[in-house]
Design a protein around this ligand. Structure first.
Ligand code: TYM
Length: 347
C-alpha cells in the first residue's frame, strides 16, 4: 500500500552517477509477450540499479483509441500488469501521462523547435497512417515529439525499449540537441536508448516476419498477459511452423522457428545458442509443448497477481495518484526552467 510521507528510495533529484530511467507503454489494450520480453522485464530489473520512472501513456494512445471506457479500463489493466510483473511503486514512480500536464506543455515547446522534415522521416507514422494520410490525426504525426517530452521533462538519461522505438529515440536526442543549441548547451541530456536482451523484437505467432503487436486483428498472433494456461498452450500449438524437422535459428529462412526459439531463450533467461543446441534435433511439436510449459510457468504467477490487483481498483488508483504527485514534483521545476529559457513571462 502506498502512503504519503513513507520513505521512498526514488530521490527527488536523481543521483548524478546512476542516471535516471524513463519508459512508457500505451494503454491501447492489454500487455502482450512482446511488451513483456522486449521492455517490461528489463524495467523490473533496472529498478535495482537506477532510479526509474514508468508511465502509462494515455495521451499517446488517444491517437488510436477512441472509446473512453476502453481507455479507462486499459489504463487500469496496464497498471495492474506492470505491478504484477514487478514494478515496485515504493522504489519507482508509476503514473499516467495525462495526470502530469508538464508532458503536453513541454511537447508544445518541442513542436516549435522540431523541423517538419524530421517528422516526415518517421516510419511508424507512415505505417500507422497507411494510405489515408490526409485523414490521419495531427496527434499521430506529432506523436514522437510528445514522446521526446515524456523523457526530457524528467531529464531522463536512459530509456529501455524494444527495437521498434529506436527511431523515436533518435529523434528525442535530436530534439534535445536542437533545444540545447537554441536555449542553452547542456540543458537537456541526450537520452540513451537501452535495447536489452535476446527478444528485442518478438514476432507474431501467425507470421514470423511481422512484429507481435496489440493492433494485429488476430488474437492468435500474440500471447497476452491475461491469457490463461489453456489459451497460451493453444496459441503456441497453433503457431505457424515449417515442415523442417528439428529447431534451429535462421531468421531468413525459418522466421517462425527463430522467433519461438528467441522467445524460449528470453523466458528461460538462457543464451539463445544454448537453447538452440538443446533443441536442434527435437521435433517442432515437442519443442512447442516445452515452450508452452515454460510460458505458462513464467506467466501464470503474473496472471494470478494481476487478477488480484484488478479486483481492487481503488488500490491501483492510489498507486497512480501517488506516482503522479511524485512525477509532477520532478517535472514541474524542469518545465519552469524551460519556460524561463524560451522567454515566457513569469509573473
Ligand atoms: P508500446 O506501447 O507500443 O510498447 C511498449 C514497449 O514494448 C516494446 N514492444 C516490443 N518489444 C519487443 N517485441 C515486440 N513485438 C514489441 N512490441 C512492443 C516497445 O518497444 C516498448 O518499449 N511509443 C511507445 C510508448 C512511449 C514511450 C515514451 C517509450 C511513449 N512515450 C517514452 C519510451 C519513452 C510505444 O508505443 O510503446
Amino acid at each position: 500500500m502506498v502512503q504519503g510521507g513513507r520513505s521512498r528510495t526514488l530521490l527527488r533529484i536523481p543521483h548524478p552517477m546512476r542516471g535516471l530511467v524513463f519508459s512508457g507503454i500505451q494503454p491501447t489494450s492489454g500487455i502482450h509477450l512482446g511488451n513483456y520480453l522486449g521492455a517490461i522485464r528489463h524495467w523490473v530489473r533496472l529498478q535495482d540499479s537506477y532510479d526509474c520512472i514508468y508511465c502509462i501513456v494515455d495521451q499517446h494512445a488517444l491517437t488510436t483509441v477512441h472509446d473512453p471506457e476502453a481507455m479507462r479500463a486499459n489504463t487500469r489493466e496496464v497498471a495492474a500488469a506492470l505491478l504484477a510483473c514487478g514494478i515496485d511503486p515504493q522504489r519507482s514512480i508509476l503514473f499516467v501521462q495525462s495526470h502530469v500536464a508538464a508532458h503536453a506543455q513541454l511537447a508544445w515547446v518541442f513542436n516549435c523547435v522540431t523541423p517538419l522534415g524530421w517528422l516526415n522521416r518517421m516510419t511508424q507514422f507512415k505505417e500507422k497512417a497507411g494510405k489515408d494520410r490526409e485523414n490521419a490525426p495531427v496527434g499521430l504525426y506529432a506523436y514522437p515529439v510528445l514522446q521526446a517530452a515524456d523523457i526530457l521533462v524528467y531529464k531522463a538519461t536512459h530509456v529501455p525499449v524494444g527495437e521498434d522505438q529506436k527511431q523515436h529515440l533518435e529523434l528525442a536526442r535530436d530534439i534535445a540537441g536542437a533545444f540545447n543549441r537554441r536555449f542553452g548547451e547542456g540543458f537537456f541530456p541526450l537520452p540513451e536508448p537501452m535495447i536489452l536482451g535476446e527478444a528485442t523484437r518478438v514476432m507474431s505467432l501467425r507470421d514470423g516476419t511481422k512484429k507481435m503487436s496489440k493492433s494485429d486483428p488476430s488474437d492468435q498472433s500474440r500471447i497476452n498477459l491475461t491469457d490463461d494456461a489453456e489459451a497460451i498452450a493453444t496459441k503456441i500449438r497453433r503457431a505457424k511452423s515449417d515442415s523442417i524437422e528439428g529447431v534451429w535459428f535462421d531468421e531468413q529462412n525459418r522466421p517462425e522457428a527463430s522467433n519461438l526459439l528467441t522467445i524460449y531463450a528470453a523466458l528461460a533467461d538462457r543464451p539463445r545458442a544454448e537453447v538452440e543446441a538443446e533443441f536442434r534435433g527435437t521435433l517442432f511439436s515437442t519443442f512447442k509443448t516445452r515452450l508452452a510449459e515454460l510460458c505458462v510457468e513464467k506467466l501464470a504467477p503474473i496472471n494470478a497477481e494481476m487478477r488480484g490487483l484488478l479486483a481492487n481498483p481503488a488500490h491501483i488508483d492510489r498507486v497512480l495518484a501517488d506516482g503522479a504527485e511524485r512525477a509532477r514534483a520532478i517535472a514541474e521545476p524542469i518545465l519552469a526552467e524551460v519556460y524561463d529559457r524560451v522567454g515566457f513571462l513569469r509573473l
